[in-house]
Design a protein around this ligand. Structure first.
Ligand SMILES: [Zn+2]
Length: 596
């Protein structure tokens, strides 16, 4: 065949990328979980990105690579049915997640990912199917992440809104019904109109709900699936499951993020050296974070009961992590989600199906999620038998994406992480006296970092305001900072105050582990204030209250009292008024970070 110009270009693109190097591969004498059923002894041949034979007999074809499968299990690459794939696109494949179903992220990112998939050679990244922009009301849940997104206000806009999402490339429509956290929520009539508008275009309409009442309402309204379950201690699990079954609806429980919301972790993925070795400090930070600072494992009782009832009723359950949120990490968290599904009552094989064939079928993802002739060669080889012990999925031997081994990517990542560990561990050396407040009437200086500045809820849409004023000096020469705050009603977590950023750039993480205590002096109007602290990967700050009485008082708050804070990756300390609306006035002086 004459090589056309187009062919040469294609070869140049594929051959230039070492990750794309794919040869016929035979995984021999392996236990096979094909997405639905387990076969004790099989050999699987794949080539050019596709499964050639899922039950290969005979001698290995000439020129093929043979992988010993003895004592091992071959699975379809995992499908995470609930992620927000706006960053760390390199991670999923390293952990065996070869497809992500994205429930809201940046439209430009989605379009770029789709382009990569269409061009082929997308071996280093998981394939992406995405809702694109979610459907929410102005200031509703989904608008708080700093991404300017279109919103909807009534049923009459439903069809044009849905059509605009489809035009942008949305594979399905994701609706937010969230009345918690003080956000305004979409009303049921609009949600129903959006569901119908999506169905008119042949698209699935899935819904984020935060409670049982909304779950029932959207299922009644025709939603195809719930993309979360809700935290709680009890629920009418049987009733909800029967309703889902009667409506042919599926559920993605997202135990990983529910555990984060319950401030409780089923297990620690970072305790597994094979996982920790693939994640640098930034990569580990989200797994150390969580939404809630106090453990309330009882809040997992309702979602566990509902998941079990769904299973018993025959409603499809899908494995999804909600990666992108505190307490989760792309790829890695799928292995926790699988174990959580088993904890909730699924057999290991049912959990594996929930992460492979079931999402592929429910979301109509084409020929993936199964190991059958003609299906994509997205594969995960693990040691042991995950159909008996689900935690065997963590013993990853090799991952293939579109038939290309991810061994090179995994090795490179491990080397990169090892290098940063060698260089790392350098806690910032604190000033001798620990003082970080170098206030004068001219400026709010600091010995390191971005330093001091006003901080209010305005950047998440709040209306609070603050005025900072330094001076005059106290008897010991220290210049205090007066903070006059107006906390506006509207947000449940409204605040206004002053923030100290230790990094060279805004919210850059800094290792402050040389300090154990924040000590400062405070006085004020007698109200209660909050010292807050944030570390990388955390969206809900750790907080400890202090009183500002009319007399100067010394306040010492150990880092250990700031639950959930990672002292090795601090992004911000804040001294805040709120959340109750009102006028506040307090002063701080002589702020120190001490090793004590
Ligand atoms: Zn989500």
């Amino acid at each position: 065949m004459k090589p056309t110009l187009q062919r040469l270009f294609l070869c140049a693109a594929i051959c230039a990328s070492p990750a794309a190097f794919a040869i016929p591969t035979l995984v021999q004498d392996v236990r096979l979980f094909d997405g639905k059923a387990t076969h004790a002894h099989r050999s699987v041949l794949f080539d050019r990105g596709l499964i050639v034979d899922a039950d290969f007999k005979g001698a290995a074809p000439a020129g093929s690579r043979v992988v010993n499968g003895a004592g091992r299990t071959l699975l379809p690459g995992l499908i995470d049915a609930h992620t927000h794939a706006f960053r760390a696109q390199e991670l999923p494949v390293l952990f065996g997640v070869t497809t992500q179903i994205d429930m809201f992220s940046d439209v430009a990112m989605m379009q770029k990912a789709k382009q990569e998939m269409a061009q082929g050679g997308n071996h280093a990244h998981a394939d992406l199917f995405s809702a694109g922009t979610l459907v929410t009301v102005p200031h509703g849940h989904g608008t708080q992440f700093g991404l300017a997104i279109p919103t909807i206000t009534g049923p009459e806009q439903a069809q044009s809104f849905v059509d605009a999402r489809i035009a942008e490339g949305s594979d399905f429509i994701k609706i937010v019904m969230e009345s918690g956290y003080g956000f305004p929520s979409l009303d049921l009539a609009t949600a129903k109109a959006v569901i119908e508008a999506a169905h008119r275009r042949g698209k699935l309409a899935v819904v984020h709900i935060g409670n049982e009442k909304d779950a029932r309402a959207v299922l009644e309204a025709g939603a195809d699936g719930l993309v979360h379950l809700f935290p709680g201690t009890s629920a009418d699990a049987g009733g909800l499951a029967a309703l889902a079954r009667s409506k042919n609806a599926f559920v993605i429980p997202t135990f990983t993020v529910l555990e984060s919301m319950a401030g409780w972790r089923g297990d620690d993925l970072l305790a597994n050296p094979a996982f920790a070795s693939l994640l640098d400090k930034d990569g580990q930070a989200p797994l150390k974070a969580r939404f809630a600072n106090t453990a309330q494992p009882d809040r997992l009782l309702a979602p566990k009961a509902v998941a079990k009832a769904m299973l018993d009723a025959g409603a499809p359950l899908l494995a999804g992590t909600d990666a992108g949120n505190p307490g989760t990490q792309y790829g890695a968290s799928m292995h926790r989600e699988l174990a959580a599904l088993v904890d909730a009552g699924l057999t290991p094989a049912q959990a594996l199906a929930a992460a492979t064939s079931v999402p592929a079928q429910v979301f109509k993802l084409g020929r993936r999620g199964r190991i059958e002739k003609g299906y994509k060669a997205d594969l995960l080889l693990v040691d042991g038998d995950p159909t008996a012990d689900i935690r065997a999925t963590r013993r990853i031997v090799e991952v293939w994406k579109d038939g290309a081994s991810a061994n090179g990517l995994r090795d490179a990542q491990r080397q990169q992480v090892a290098k940063t560990v060698e260089q790392g561990g350098k806690a910032l050396a604190l000033p001798r006296d620990g003082r970080i407040s170098e206030f004068s009437t001219q400026q709010l200086a600091s010995p390191f970092g971005m330093g001091w500045g006003p901080s209010t809820d305005s950047f998440v849409g709040g209306k609070s305001s603050v005025v900072l004023a330094a001076g005059p000096a106290l008897a010991d020469g220290q210049v205090p900072l007066a903070i006059a705050a107006k906390v506006a009603p509207g947000l449940p977590f409204a605040w206004a105050g002053v923030a100290f950023m230790p990094g060279k750039a805004p919210m850059q993480a800094t290792d402050l582990s040389a300090a154990k205590v924040v000590r400062f002096r405070a006085r004020g109007d007698g109200k209660t204030y909050q010292l807050i602290a944030m570390s990388e990967g955390v969206r809900i700050p750790a907080a400890k209250s202090f009183a500002a009485t009319p007399e100067w008082t010394e306040v010492s708050i150990p880092f250990s009292a700031l639950k959930g804070l990672d002292p090795t990756a601090v992004t911000m300390l804040g001294f805040n008024a709120g959340p109750q609306p009102g006028d506040y006035r307090f002063e701080i002086a002589d702020v120190r970070l001490l090793a004590e």
